[in-house]
Write a protein that binds this ligand. Structure first.
Ligand SMILES: Cc1cc2nc3c(=O)[nH]c(=O)nc-3n(C[C@H](O)[C@H](O)[C@H](O)COP(=O)(O)OP(=O)(O)OC[C@H]3O[C@@H](n4cnc5c(N)ncnc54)[C@H](O)[C@@H]3O)c2cc1C
Length: 717
């Protein structure tokens, strides 16, 4: 019996302050029948309230960031890191910069705002950064550091709002070398909610810190100057644009109804005025007949209603109304461990205000951190039209619907008649053939998974000296309908095609089915191009790895919610998983190598021992953090993937290693699309290293050499 059949697709656009709360709710509750996807530009979302604190080094980047991949993992959602470039509300379709389009049944837009530069002429040579979206400011901080480093720099912040002041204070404290900061605004501190005393205090603090203010309108930016409409020019090395907000063009160009300033008009349920299956929150939205300044506080408050309304809408209940406050608590960081508090007519400036700010901010951000323990059991709800448990006879072999299949095939080929089999032309009677199956990692983009599956299988053909010519694929998508079925089928297939096209490989046959364990089975056929084997290593040959190791235990750590890994660390693991080995073969071939093997699920020790035993040799290797994707050795000690124990049991007897060697566990770590292990003769070392680096810009990793046969196959130092 199938307990969860996905019939509706909820798409969250942007990991803003409101959408993250929807995912948090989904991490504690499960809506049966619902497939959720988050699309956001970065792996991490930045919490605006703590950003000035990050700039003046009170908090680390991890402390102010929400790891979106992990949030999705805990919410049973899929994370797609990409930029939205078009929204077609008629077709309910979202176009992305890099990945295939995605359709939605229900959409929630929380993509924030961008700095408004409509009236400023910007010359190409000028050095400027936008402070909105706030994530881009954080990303660009290292470039700003480079400009400011080692010289007295002049920074201009355009915009006279409270954010400009807080930003100026934090920058002043960030740099040890002196910086001159000027705030230029058409209006200076005009926020209605700030009382007079607070405004005076902000100006006084700016004055104490040597920050200048200038009232005026900027009309152009050039390499060294800012020009104002009164004709004045101000010399500057760097400009930060903290002007009013605007929305991105893809959203502006959509059919969603906008207010006179160009923001998306929503009703008091936070639903678009003209599209009742689209919620819009945060800076991008404008609540009908209510005007409030754009702020993270407002986006957070809207998130509290949004997370309820999405649930209520999906479960067929009445929505609740968002009633925005007229005023709220402002806590603005000033000097080290000081903040300025503004609430209606009250103003305080002191250490306790900073303590209060930290308490409130940490309380919010900590909601999105998960402990090492696996998530608790979720409460179950079901979609309004979910027909309880669906009985699948499975007599059809749980096939994907013909409609979905034909629609996909139509996109990629003219031939919509499904063939039963294909003719494959081969130069020789010998063909290489391999089969692999991998299950989809929870929350991973299925396109990336398609790529990884192909590369993982391709390694078997490459390490036998072959080139992939054709493939047969069996794709297992989740039990689903319509948009959800389409999403998984297209993303899996397009990911596979992305890599297989590089081999000019034809897809000769395919099968698709629905499953409770989505995944991809690939059979690859290859032609032999080089004579490569495991048994031809020579004494003295050097042993290289084409890339670092560690995908097994690192994924185990990440999916066990280890705080030792951040969203950026996950991105590094993923980049490594998506790195193919096709180029390695050329470098090895050009350097006369005939010995190669791929490190797969059995781990380094098993594959190296295979080469040693079949070549009648032993090997001497040195393990260090150079061979790890992530250099934190505590992770290697603490986490093991499922296959580790079996690998260790099988291979331990072939190895001579000191007790408690800090890197021992890497020998048995199972790899998905792991590195190639290559034997290179000493005289070809330089040639190989140069050829490898020319192809990839990275160096191969030298781990040791083959030696005369001794008692053990592998000697580790
Ligand atoms: C220096 C500075 C300090 C500030 N300090 C505070 C403060 O202390 N308190 C406060 O309340 N407010 C503060 N603000 C205002 C605050 O930053 C914004 O109002 C708030 O971030 C808006 O939240 P949001 O949820 O709408 O969007 P955001 O927090 O900006 O989130 C939008 C998300 O969508 C993603 N995204 C955007 N476009 C796309 C796209 N096309 N495709 C995919 N993903 C996309 C972004 O990467 C981002 O993750 C500050 C602003 C600045 C500039």
């Amino acid at each position: 019996m199938i307990e969860n059949n996905f019939i509706k697709q909820l798409v969250l656009l942007g990991g803003g302050h409101a959408n993250v709360q929807v995912l948090k709710k989904l991490s504690m509750n499960n809506i049966k029948g619902l497939n959720t996807i988050l699309i956001s530009e970065h792996f991490e979302a930045t919490y605006s309230g703590m950003t000035p604190g990050y700039i003046h080094k009170d908090f680390s980047k991890d402390e102010i960031s929400i790891d979106l991949q992990r949030l999705c993992f805990n919410a049973d959602a899929t994370f797609i890191k990409d930029k939205v470039i078009k929204l077609d509300t008629n077709r309910k379709e979202i176009t992305l910069q890099n990945f295939p389009t995605i359709n939605y049944d229900l959409l929630s837009i929380n993509t924030g705002s961008i700095s408004n530069t409509k009236k400023i002429k910007i010359e190409n040579s000028s050095k400027y950064f936008f402070v909105k979206p706030i994530s881009s400011l954080v990303k660009n901080l290292s470039y700003i550091d480079q400009i400011v480093k080692n010289k007295r720099s002049k920074i201009v912040i355009i915009g006279g709002g409270v954010a400009s002041y807080e930003l100026a204070f934090s920058l002043k404290r960030r740099y040890e070398s002196p910086v001159d900061i000027t705030i230029i605004g058409k209006k200076i501190l005009k926020e209605k909610n700030l009382n007079k005393k607070t405004k005076n205090n902000l100006k006084k603090i700016a004055n104490n810190l040597g920050i200048s203010e200038y009232k005026g309108e900027v009309i152009s930016l050039s390499e060294k100057n800012i020009t104002l409409n009164d004709g004045n020019k101000i010399v500057c090395d760097l400009t930060l644009v903290s002007t009013g907000a605007n929305i991105e063009s893809w959203l502006f160009d959509s059919s969603l109804n906008k207010d006179e300033r160009g923001f998306i008009r929503v009703d008091n349920n936070l639903l678009s005025i003209n599209e009742k299956n689209i919620f819009v929150t945060g800076d991008a939205s404008s609540i009908e007949n209510i005007s409030r300044p754009k702020s993270g506080v407002m986006a957070v408050r809207q998130g509290e209603i949004l997370k309820e309304n999405i649930f209520l809408k999906l479960t067929g209940k009445n929505l609740i109304k968002f009633k925005p406050q007229k005023n709220w608590l402002y806590l603005i960081g000033t000097y080290k461990n000081y903040a300025l508090l503004n609430y209606f007519f009250l103003t305080f400036h002191g250490r306790w205000c900073w303590k209060l700010k930290v308490l409130i901010d940490k309380n919010f951000i900590n909601k999105f951190k998960f402990s090492n323990n696996l998530p608790m059991a979720k409460r179950n709800f079901k979609l309004a039209n979910f027909k309880n448990i669906k009985m699948y006879c499975q007599g059809c072999g749980s096939k994907v619907s013909k409609n979905t299949l034909i629609n996909y095939i139509k996109k990629t080929s003219d031939n919509i008649y499904l063939r039963d089999s294909s003719i494959i032309y081969n130069k020789s009677l010998k063909i290489l053939q391999t089969i692999d199956h991998i299950k989809l990692f929870s929350s991973l983009n299925p396109f990336d998974f398609g790529k990884i599956s192909y590369l993982h299988s391709q390694n078997d053909i490459l390490s036998a000296g072959g080139k992939v010519k054709s493939l047969s694929v069996s794709v297992g998508v989740p039990f689903s309908e319509k948009y959800v079925e389409k999403f998984y089928l297209e993303y899996f297939m397009e990911g596979i095609k992305f890599e297989s096209d590089k081999d000019d490989c034809i897809i000769s046959s395919g099968h698709s089915y629905q499953s409770q364990e989505p995944g991809i089975t690939l059979t690859l056929n290859g032609e032999i191009e080089n004579s490569v084997s495991k048994n031809s290593a020579k004494e003295g040959d050097l042993i290289y790895l084409s890339k670092p190791l560690g995908s097994g235990y690192l994924l185990a750590a990440y999916f066990n919610n280890s705080e030792m890994l951040s969203g950026n660390d996950f991105e590094k693991i993923l980049d490594n998983l998506k790195k193919g080995n096709l180029f390695v073969v050329n470098s090895a071939k050009n350097s006369g190598s005939q010995t190669m093997t791929d490190i797969s699920g059995f781990g380094l020790s098993s594959h190296l021992a295979d080469v040693c035993l079949s070549s009648n040799l032993s090997s001497k290797i040195k393990l260090s953090s150079d061979i790890l994707i992530n250099s934190n050795i505590d992770l290697l000690r603490k986490f093991q993937s499922t296959g580790f124990k079996n690998n260790r049991q099988f291979s331990r007897e072939y190895i001579n290693i000191s007790e408690n060697h800090p890197f021992e566990n890497i020998l048995f770590d199972p790899q998905t699309n792991g590195p190639m292990l290559i034997a290179i003769s000493k005289q070809n070392q330089k040639k190989f290293e140069n050829c490898f680096s020319n192809e990839t810009n990275i160096k191969p990793i030298l781990i040791g050499r083959f030696i005369n046969k001794l008692e053990k196959a592998i000697y580790v130092s």
